[in-house]
Ligand binder design. Structure first.
Ligand SMILES: [Fe+2]
Length: 395
């Protein structure tokens, strides 16, 4: 047997002792939909540091530095006692989650490892505990529902995401539960190879995006509230959603126009997210509810999620806008933060030096498949990736 030097043996014993002592638990362990809350509790953290942190991992076997996001344990009021808890909503990434607790101190900050705002990324040298797995239960229907116009005035498109490529439909009618029509959705997806560069095609940024379904409700009357569900009998249906159809006879247009919204995450991650988006969606939802049975639409004129190659931020974005986008068509133009990369075939001359890598290697592919807008402004990517839409916004 190999003899260990005494100091190594001591380090080994100390590590094993702390591993066995720190406890972590998560509840509940089964979730139904994006936004469901989990509470992660820990105890027995010895000599707590204000930089000790909780990492979110999906899938659960991700390497330590491939977290989805992190929160400092010091956000829990009782952290100095070595025990505490953090509650946060979880977004369904069509894969399980686990949670890990790490010890990290200021002396261990590596100035070379930092996020886009130059905040240091947390160190992973001292794992204290890892939770069991949190699962999204199947059968609760599609997520990320969003509407859009088609090129035909009496139609409404509905898009949504699920974790498999099996057939899904949209069923609709003028009364909730009385589904007079049904239409099968077409399905698309994209692969890691369709991304043009890192972080989008790297193991830190890439996650499986699921299957994107695209159904069309046809022969709609003008200015009528329709109810709909998306899904399938075998895999579950969404809750009932509703919208008011277009009305070409109306002399009134109600539109919400904005750009550069982004999304907000309940944790820190590799890039900055946009907490302001919470208020934007909140006030638009209030207005949509206030206008009752009038038709309205959204125009988000580019720079949509600011995912920039970190795939799960798209899932956060569509979860965040669903309360609005499932009620009114959510129209978009592609922006530099979805499209831009030096190898892209289309760009304004002046944009090259300023916005060269703003798309994070996505090269417009996630955007172009997650939305399906009227009109035809596609631009071939010159690779196996699907054609993308030309950027209209550069800010
Ligand atoms: Fe922007």
């Amino acid at each position: 047997m190999m003899k260990l030097p005494l100091f190594l043996l001591l380090i080994s014993l100390v590590t094993q002792t702390s591993l066995s002592e720190v406890t972590i638990s998560v509840t509940p362990t089964t979730l139904q939909k994006s936004g469901d809350i989990v509470t992660i509790s820990w105890s027995n953290v010895d000599s707590p540091s204000k930089l000790d942190w909780l990492g979110l991992y999906s899938p659960p076997d991700s390497p330590h530095d491939h977290f989805i996001g992190y929160k400092f344990l010091s956000s829990s009021p009782s952290w100095k006692s070595g025990s505490g808890s953090i509650s946060l909503p979880i977004t369904n990434l069509r894969s399980n989650y686990s949670f890990r607790i790490f010890h990290w101190t200021e002396s261990e900050i590596n100035p070379k490892l930092h996020d886009h705002d130059h905040n240091p990324l947390p160190g992973t040298a001292h794992l204290l505990a890892e939770s069991g797995v949190v699962v999204f239960e199947p059968g609760h229907g599609p997520e990320q529902i969003h509407l859009a116009y088609t090129d035909v005035e009496d139609e409404m498109r509905v898009m949504f995401v699920v974790g498999d490529g099996e057939e899904r439909s949209v069923k609709w009618g003028e009364r909730d539960g009385e589904w007079s029509r049904v239409s099968v959705a077409r399905v698309v997806r994209y692969e890691r190879e369709d991304m043009c560069d890192a972080p989008a095609n790297g193991s830190i940024g890439w996650r499986d995006p699921g299957w994107i379904h695209d159904g069309v409700m046809k022969d709609l009357k003008k200015g009528v509230r329709y109810y709909y569900q998306v899904g399938s009998d075998s895999k579950g249906w969404s809750t009932t959603q509703s919208f008011v159809s277009r009305n070409g006879d109306s002399d009134e247009t109600i539109a919400f126009l904005f750009g550069d919204m982004g999304t907000s995450t309940p944790y820190a991650t590799f890039i900055r997210t946009q907490d302001e988006s919470i208020a934007t969606m909140k006030w638009i939802l209030r207005d949509i509810e206030a206008i009752g049975d009038k038709h309205a639409f959204i125009s988000h004129i580019g720079d949509i999620s600011y995912a920039r190659g970190y795939s799960w931020l798209w899932d956060h974005f569509f979860t965040q806008v669903e309360p609005v986008a499932s009620k009114v068509p959510y129209h978009v133009c592609i922006g530099n933060h979805e499209y831009d990369w030096p190898l892209q075939p289309w760009k304004p001359d002046w944009a090259y030096a300023v916005y060269g890598t703003d798309g994070g290697g996505e090269c417009g592919v996630p955007y172009s498949l997650k939305f399906n807008m009227p009109g035809n402004s596609s631009e071939s990517t010159g690779t196996r990736a699907p054609a993308t839409q030309k950027p209209l916004l550069f800010f």
